[in-house]
Structure formats: structure tokens, C-alpha cells
Design a protein around this ligand. Structure first.
Ligand code: ATP
Length: 285
């Protein structure tokens, strides 16, 4: 497999917070969602990848190259969508495109114009006239117009309405269609992951809890609704339980013996949100 991104034992320390030995990788042609509770370290990871922060240890490779030694080469191939606007607010969008073009050898003006049209962005509009969703689309149009091989986005869907969100996710799926580009985006919105993520990396309090394919993660667990004594008898398979007035629900490992269950038990595929909830609850205990 052609690795577009590799983090190996990456460490970053702040007073009161440590990003601890982070390792994961992303192959060419896939979408990875970086997910975790607030303050778990997602933005810090993205900033380390972009060398906007100095790490305390470990290695980061982009397209097989060290991200610091080859900073200029690798950044040419990255479309970075910031979590806030970085463009001059009073210039028309077409003008901003012209200012950015010389920074990229691979800039394609036709592609940029096409994306503005496709995203319903008027080339004469100014940034201050755009909604949050439109600003995100504009940042994405820039990222996609220099033939980026990795699109890196920090919470691109936060604050967007469901229609815009869905549209953005569809665009991301199209971006990876030809198999040449990958996408890494951080999010709190786990439904977005259910919709588009091929791989998921789940961070909790500075540690990688899971980094695997979406399908393998979903298939590893089952959500079980059952009387309390079921969980008592199946302790070895139970990741976490929640007791409610209507009975108990728990996340269990999807093992063969789980399916040889008694009546009164409902077994279903969990969502990513279910898995995150029970795994992080388990870590707190
Ligand atoms: N410049 C800084 N100095 C000190 N601590 C920092 C700094 N930047 C981030 N932190 C701390 O590092 C931790 C991780 O922050 P980070 O922004 O990476 O989390 P996050 O997962 O992106 O959170 P959110 O989902 O809320 O955006 C937090 O405890 C934060 O307070």
C-alpha cells in the first residue's frame, strides 16, 4: 500500500496535557476521520502534521518523506483547510485565487473557476459576505485547485447545516474517487464518519484508542440490550454497560458466543458514537 501519511510515536507536551506516542497511518485513496472528545488532541495532531507546532518526539512522514526536512515539497501536495478563515476578507474570491496561484507549481486556474461555479460561489463575492459554509467551500476550492494529494481539514463540518454538511461530504467522496488523493479530517460529528469514513482514528486524552478501518471497527463490537444478569454472565465480552429504567444496554465484543444468546436480548450493530461512548466510559472507570 502507498502510505500518504504516517505518524510514528509522535509526542507533544503542554503543561497539563500530553499527546502520547501517537502512531497511525493513512493509505492513498481513502478518507480517515480523526475523532475524539474536546481537548483530546485532534487539532494538535493536525498542526504537528503541518509543522505548525514543534513536536517533542517521534516522526511524521508525508508521501514517504519527513515532514520537516521536506517541508516545502510536501506542503505543495497538501490542501489544508483551516478551521478559520485565513484569506483577506475584502478581496473578491477570483482575486484571492490569483494571489494564491503563484505559490503552487500545480495550480490549475480552470479547476479553480470550475469549483467556484460548482460550489455556487460568485467570483466577485468577498470573504466577509460569505456564510461559514461558503467560506469552507471556498477554502476547499483552493485546496482542490492545486492537485493536492492529501486534503487535511480541521473540523470542516462544524457549524454547517445538515444539507451543506452532506454536500461537503459528497465532495470529499468525489475527491478520493480516482484513488490518487486521501482526506484526513477531524470532527465531533460522528454521523459524518458513518457516512464517508473508510478509516477512523479515535483519540482520547492524548492517546490513540482505535485506528482501523470503519468496517473492522463496527464489526468488532455489538450493541446489546438485555437484562442486567446477561452482562454479569458475559463479563469477559463486555466493554461497557449503561443501566436505565427500561433495562440495560452495553457494548460487547462481537464474539461467536454472544450470538448464542437467550431470548429477551436484542443485538445490533453499534454506531461509531456508541463505540466511542462506551470505550471512553470504560477508560474513565
Ligand atoms: N498552545 C497551547 N498551550 C497549552 N496547551 C495547549 C495549547 N494548545 C492546545 N493545548 C491543550 O492541548 C489539549 C489538546 O488540545 P487540542 O486543541 O488539540 O484538542 P482538540 O481535540 O482539537 O479539541 P476540540 O475538539 O475542542 O477542538 C487541550 O488540553 C488544550 O488545552
Amino acid at each position: 500500500m502507498d502510505k500518504i501519511l504516517e505518524l510514528l510515536n509522535v509526542t507533544k507536551e503542554y503543561k497539563g496535557f500530553k499527546l502520547d506516542n501517537i502512531s497511525f497511518s493513512l493509505d492513498r485513496g481513502y478518507i480517515m476521520g480523526l475523532v475524539g472528545t474536546s481537548g483530546s488532541g485532534k487539532t494538535t495532531i493536525i498542526r504537528l502534521i503541518m509543522n505548525l507546532l514543534a513536536k517533542n518526539g517521534g516522526h511524521i512522514k508525508l508521501f514517504g518523506l519527513d515532514n520537516i526536512e521536506n517541508e516545502q515539497i510536501v506542503k505543495e501536495k497538501i490542501g489544508f483547510v483551516y478551521d478559520e478563515n485565513i484569506y483577506p476578507v475584502k478581496l473578491p474570491l477570483s482575486h484571492i485565487g490569483k494571489l494564491i496561484a503563484p505559490f503552487y507549481k500545480t495550480w490549475d486556474q480552470q479547476t479553480f473557476d470550475n469549483y467556484l461555479y460548482r460550489f455556487d460561489l460568485n467570483p466577485n463575492s468577498k470573504i466577509y459576505e460569505l456564510s461559514k459554509g461558503m467560506k469552507t467551500k471556498f477554502a476547499l476550492a483552493i485546496a482542490l485547485s492545486h492537485k493536492a494529494e492529501l486534503i487535511l481539514m480541521d473540523e470542516p463540518t462544524s457549524g454547517l447545516d445538515p444539507i451543506f454538511r452532506r454536500e461537503l461530504l459528497t465532495i470529499l467522496q468525489e475527491v478520493i474517487e480516482d484513488g490518487n488523493c486521501s482526506v484526513l479530517f477531524s470532527t465531533h460529528i460522528t454521523q459524518d464518519l458513518d457516512r464517508v469514513a473508510d478509516f477512523i482514528t479515535f483519540i482520547d486524552r492524548g492517546k490513540v484508542i482505535l485506528s482501523d478501518s470503519y468496517i473492522d471497527i463496527i464489526e468488532k463490537y455489538r450493541l446489546v440490550k438485555a437484562p442486567k444478569d446477561f452482562f454479569d454472565r458475559n463479563k469477559a465480552n463486555v466493554i461497557g454497560i449503561q443501566y436505565g429504567s427500561f433495562g440495560s444496554e452495553g457494548l460487547c465484543l462481537n464474539r461467536d458466543d454472544l450470538n448464542k444468546h437467550e431470548e429477551d436480548i436484542i443485538i445490533a450493530k453499534p454506531t461509531i458514537e456508541d463505540i466511542m461512548f462506551y470505550l471512553s466510559k470504560n477508560l474513565t472507570i
